[in-house]
Each structure stands twice: as structure tokens, then as C-alpha cells.
Design a protein around this ligand. Structure first.
Ligand SMILES: Nc1ncnc2c1ncn2[C@@H]1O[C@H](COP(=O)(O)OP(=O)(O)OP(=O)(O)O)[C@@H](O)[C@H]1O
Length: 591
């Protein structure tokens, strides 16, 4: 059951939960030295920057009236120096923090990727891939700034505010009170606007996630879309998602623009109040031109840190939701993993026993019930039966892609739930229905599971599965680049390549799920010969709908009704005249 379809919004308005930030401290702590350096540089740069209005006031009120040219030159040079030093310090800080932000992103993303690689099939069965991608890419990007710059900026803006207040009061206390009088109105406007702005941006994030999920699904399914000429309808769905995104974006931008607009207006109001109080109430003796100018400069600077603090607060709140999603992914239990005292599975001979195995993907809906069978090492077993009967499920359980709900599966007498997964899967060769091809060369693809295989070994495996001929027909042969999913290759060629990949690993147990379904009859006959050689001495489970390909197996299991309805060799089952017999004769007649 998909928990989150492409058109279902995620809940991004989480209550502020300090635990997420505490957990994020693991990443931040590693960066504490560069962050401390950046903080000191910023504090220094801000302090130097704040002294400029004081210099201006001194020059206007003292130096110019005294016509003191050397002092004027000195203060001009000082002003220039404050600007240059501030810019240099700010640049260094920005470089350091960009690095810190990227390092944090790198760490979180690596942890996510590592975890995603371990998550069981079940996790991927349950959610759209696009939404997983968004977590790894967008959400991590979104939190990096808060985790790196957010904390430093938060402290800096508070310090900035305190310093501005000190400088302001040092110039004139009365006019400073005028500025402070605007504060309650400013805070109220901020509170009202910022909450809406934050929600609006969360909506943007949600709509972008939905669009991404649908886009991903559409790209994966493009062939089916075109076959069924669903393009127009899909465009309709995409348009709806894109329109929702645009609406959300427009609304978010409306608030984003409204904030500085309101701040500017408020700042102008306060400035007017300064002029009014300074000129009309205090008079020119007390409120000199220099004082008015310096106070105007501080007044306009005073709102910026408050505005920045409210931005930081909003980012913190948003990040909580993103962090929650990131940590939720990291906390997703690896349900199929090594148990506490898991043993290494020694080199196996290849016997397999299903001991009263019951299995359900979704609780209560058993796909297999009390399944019992024993396969001797070296035996070749065919699993046949109607669509959806559970054949793939049986082989997925042998490789422990899912845990059994009840009972046990034994390989050479070892319960597979108690041995190390790696030691189990490395002795198995599994060829799934979907023969996935990765981007890279054909050689890389065959070598995928055995990186140290020599070129000769790769070629030998390809020859064994009759893939060598068609590979050599490509201009670049084994070095031909194939793209992800192998769209340059035919379905049969993809199957042959993944066949070679499976065999190269020289497994003791071989699982072939519809491995030859797309291969033409002539190649299949050739393949069968090679295969018979290769299967010798190995235990094999072969799922095939084309019964002609499995009739030579030692034993055929007819899977149906949550269990095995018939079991025996081809001849035995034909003699029984049961379900296998019916299926076989029906196929024979069709042929
Ligand atoms: N990931 C999953 N989550 C929930 N149910 C599943 C999942 N995979 C398969 N099923 C269900 O389990 C049953 C058995 O599926 P399975 O793929 O094992 O059948 P099969 O015999 O291999 O079919 P086919 O011949 O079509 O490949 C089906 O009813 C299917 O709907």
C-alpha cells in the first residue's frame, strides 16, 4: 500500500521539537572549529561596520565645522578602511560557511544514501520514488543553511541588535526611545506576516514534491503511456500539479514581497518620527545635523536584524519538518538485517528447506501458508503455476529479501534468519524478473557483482549464456556504453547480460525468475545447453511460464492456493493428469 501517492501532501507543519536539533548537533559538532572562526570574523566585521555612522556624526558635527583638513582626511581613510576590512572579513566568513554547509550536506546525504541502500524491498514497495529523491536532494539542501549559518546568524543578529542599541543610545537616548517605540508594531506585523509566509513556503515544498513524484513516475512509465496514448490525460494531471505548484509559489512570493514592503514603510514612519522629535521637540542644539544623520542610519539598521531573526525563526520551524522527514528516513528500520549474534554462513553445498513457512506482505493477508519442502543440494527445481500464486515470493524469501512471517527457511541446515545476510546473498545468484541494466559499459554491467573478475572471466560468462555474439556485434564490443535501464538494448539482450552477471558470481544456489522469457526460441535452445552445464552441481530455482524450458528440471513445484499443489518430475506430473498436466497440454496445443 503506497503511503504517500504523488498527489497527497506531506505534513510539513511539525511542532517545534528540540530533539531534532539535538540530533542534528551530531553533524554540527564536527564543524565547530570553522564555525567558531566564522562567528568571530562575523562579529568583528559587524562591529567595525557599526562604527561608520559614529564617524559620520563626528565628522559632520566636529571636523567640518572646525575646518580641520588633516582630521577630515584621517576620518575619510578610516571610513574607507572599515568598509574594506568589513568586506574582507565577510568574504572569508562566507567562504568558510559555504564549506561548512556543504560538509554538513555531504554527511547527511551520505548517511541517507547508505541507509537507503540497506532498506528492505518492503520500504520501496510502499512509496513513490520521487518522494524519496526529494528527501535526499531538496530537504537536505533546505536544512543545510539553517544548520550551518542559522545558528551563527542567530547569535550574530542578537549581538548586532545589542550593539546597534548600544551605539544608538551612545549617540542619543531620546531618539533611541523613539526608534524603540516602533518595535511593538514591527513585531506584530512580523508575527502576522511571517507565519503566513512560512506556511506558504511549506505548501510550495509540498507541491514541488508532488510534481517531482509524478514526473519521476511518468518518466519511468513513458513507454506504457505512449502505448496507451495517455499523453493528453497525463499532461492534464501534470498541468494540475504544476498549476498547484504555481499557485503555491505565487502565494509564497506575495508574502515574501509583502514583508520587506511592510518593513520599509515602518522604517520610513520611524524615520519621520525621528525627524519630527529631533527637529521640533528637541531642537537643533540638542539634535544636531550629525546626530540626526547617525540616528537615521542606526534606525534603518535596527530593523534588519529583527527581520533576519524572524527569517531565521521561520527557517528553523521549516527545518524541523524537513529534519523530521530526514531522520524518519534514517530511522526507517532495516527490518531485513543481521540479527544480534548472526553467524557467517560457511561455504554451502546448497540444500534448501522450507519449514512450515507462512508469509504475508501486508499483515493478515497470507500469500503462503505452512509451506514445507526440501531441496537437495544440486537439485534443479522449477516453480510453475498461475500468475500471482507466489512463485516470485518463494524465491524472494530464499534470498531473504523479506522476512518470513512464520516458520523458517534453512540453507544447508542453517536458518537464514540467523546468518549474516552478506554471507547468504553472496553465495546466491539471483536473476530477477526485471533485468536492470546500470549506466556504464556492458563489461561493467556483467562485472557488477564481482568487481575483481578478469576480462576473460566476463567473456566466458557471456559466452556461456550466448551473449558473446551480439555483444561483439556492437562497434565497441564489451566496452559499449549502455544507459540506465539499458534502453539501447533489446529486452532479450538485457536478460542475457544480467544472466551473465548472475553466473559470473559462480553461485551455489541459482535463482532464475523468468530469466529467459524474452529470449527467442533458438537462442533459448542454445542457452539451455550451456545452462545445463552450468546448472550441474548447483541448486537452482527456475520460474518460467514457458513450461518447455523447465520440463528437464529434477522437480517441478506447482505453486497455487498459498502452497504447493503438486510436486514431482515432468513425467510424474504428466502421469498424475492434474493441474500441471492441464497447463502443459494447453501450452502445447497453443504452440
Ligand atoms: N510487494 C508486495 N506487496 C504486497 N503484495 C505483493 C507484493 N508483491 C507481490 N504481492 C502479492 O503477492 C502475490 C504473489 O505474488 P508473486 O509475485 O509472488 O506471484 P508470482 O506467482 O510470481 O506471479 P507471476 O507469475 O505473475 O510473476 C500476488 O497476489 C501479489 O499481489
Amino acid at each position: 500500500m503506497a503511503r504517500n501517492k504523488f498527489d497527497i501532501d506531506e505534513d510539513l507543519e511539525s511542532p517545534f521539537d528540540i530533539r531534532h536539533f539535538r540530533r542534528a548537533m551530531v553533524y554540527i559538532r564536527k564543524q565547530k572549529t570553522p564555525m567558531l572562526v566564522a562567528f568571530l570574523l562575523s562579529a568583528l566585521s559587524a562591529g567595525i561596520g557599526l562604527s561608520a555612522p559614529l564617524i559620520v556624526q563626528h565628522v559632520i558635527d566636529v571636523t567640518i565645522p572646525a575646518k580641520d583638513k588633516p582630521a577630515l582626511l584621517f576620518w575619510s581613510a578610516m571610513t574607507l578602511a572599515t568598509i574594506v576590512v568589513s568586506v574582507i572579513l565577510a568574504t572569508i566568513r562566507s567562504r568558510i560557511m559555504t564549506r561548512v554547509g556543504q560538509d554538513i550536506i555531504f554527511e547527511i546525504r551520505s548517511d541517507l544514501f547508505k541507509h537507503l541502500q540497506q532498506l528492505p524491498f518492503q520500504y520501496y514497495d510502499d512509496r513513490p520514488q520521487g518522494k524519496i529523491l526529494i528527501r535526499v536532494v531538496n530537504y537536505v539542501n533546505a536544512v543545510s543553511d539553517v544548520l550551518s549559518n542559522g545558528i551563527i546568524n542567530f547569535i550574530l543578529e542578537i549581538l548586532n541588535l545589542v550593539f546597534i542599541a548600544i551605539f544608538m543610545f551612545a549617540v542619543d537616548a531620546k531618539l533611541s526611545l523613539v526608534i524603540l517605540a516602533g518595535l511593538p508594531i514591527f513585531l506584530l506585523v512580523m508575527f502576522l506576516l511571517k507565519t503566513r509566509q512560512r506556511r506558504a513556503w511549506q505548501m510550495v515544498s509540498n507541491k514541488s514534491s508532488n510534481m517531482n513524484a509524478y514526473l519521476q513516475e511518468s518518466i519511468s512509465g513513458i513507454r506504457v503511456t505512449q502505448i496507451f496514448t495517455r499523453e493528453e490525460r497525463n499532461e492534464g494531471i501534470f498541468t494540475r500539479l504544476a498549476v498547484n505548484y504555481r499557485k503555491a509559489w505565487m502565494r509564497a512570493m506575495y508574502f515574501t514581497h509583502l514583508v520587506p514592503f511592510s518593513v520599509d514603510n515602518l522604517a520610513t514612519l520611524v524615520l519621520t518620527a525621528i525627524f519630527f522629535v529631533g527637529l521640533l521637540v528637541m531642537g537643533p542644539a540638542e539634535a544636531t545635523f550629525g546626530v540626526i544623520l547617525a540616528m537615521s542610519a542606526y534606525a534603518s539598521r535596527f530593523w534588519q536584524p529583527i527581520l533576519n531573526l524572524s527569517n531565521i525563526y521561520n527557517s528553523f520551524i521549516n527545518s524541523v519538518a524537513y529534519l523530521e522527514r530526514i531522520f524518519e528516513t534514517l530511522d526507517e528500520p532495516v527490518t531485513v538485517s543481521d540479527v544480534k549474534d548472526a553467524r557467517e554462513l560457511p561455504p554451502i553445498k546448497g540444500s534448501v528447506t522450507f519449514d512450515n513457512v507462512t508469509f504475508a506482505y501486508d499483515p493478515g493477508l497470507n500469500i503462503l501458508e505452512n509451506l514445507n519442502f526440501h531441496v537437495k543440494a544440486g537439485e534443479s527445481i522449477a516453480l510453475v503455476g498461475p500468475t500471482g500464486a507466489g512463485k516470485t515470493t518463494v524465491v524472494n524469501l530464499i534470498s531473504r529479501f523479506y522476512n518470513v512471517t512464520d516458520g523458517a527457511i534453512l540453507v544447508d541446515g542453517h536458518d537464514i534468519a540467523e546468518v549474516k545476510l552478506k554471507s547468504l546473498r553472496s553465495q546466491m545468484g539471483i536473476m530477477l524478473q526485471d533485468s536492470f541494466i546500470f549506466s556504464g559499459t556492458i563489461l561493467d554491467n556483467i562485472r557488477y557483482g564481482k568487481l575483481d573478475a578478469t576480462e576473460e572471466e566476463v567473456i566466458a560468462a557471456a559466452k556461456a549464456v550466448c551473449a558473446d555474439d551480439f555483444i561483439r556485434e556492437f562497434e565497441q564490443g564489451y566496452l559499449t556504453e549502455v544507459n540506465e535501464r539499458g534502453s539501447k538494448l533489446s529486452q532479450g539482450q538485457r536478460q542475457l547480460i544480467s544472466f551473465a552477471r548472475t553466473l559470473l558470481a559462480d553461485p551455489r544456489i541459482l535463482i532464475l525468475d523468468e530469466a529467459t522469457s524474452s529470449i527467442d526460441a533458438r537462442t533459448e535452445r542454445l542457452l539451455q545447453k550451456g545452462l545445463n552445464e552450468l546448472l550441474k552441481g548447483r541448486t537452482s530455482f527456475i520460474i518460467a511460464h514457458r513450461l518447455s524450458t523447465v520440463k528437464n528440471c529434477d522437480r517441478i513445484l506447482y505453486v497455487s492456493d498459498k502452497g504447493i499443489a503438486e510436486s514431482g518430475s515432468h513425467d510424474e506430473l504428466m502421469a498424475q493428469r492434474g493441474r500441471y498436466y492441464k497447463l502443459y497440454t494447453a501450452q502445447k496445443m497453443e504452440a
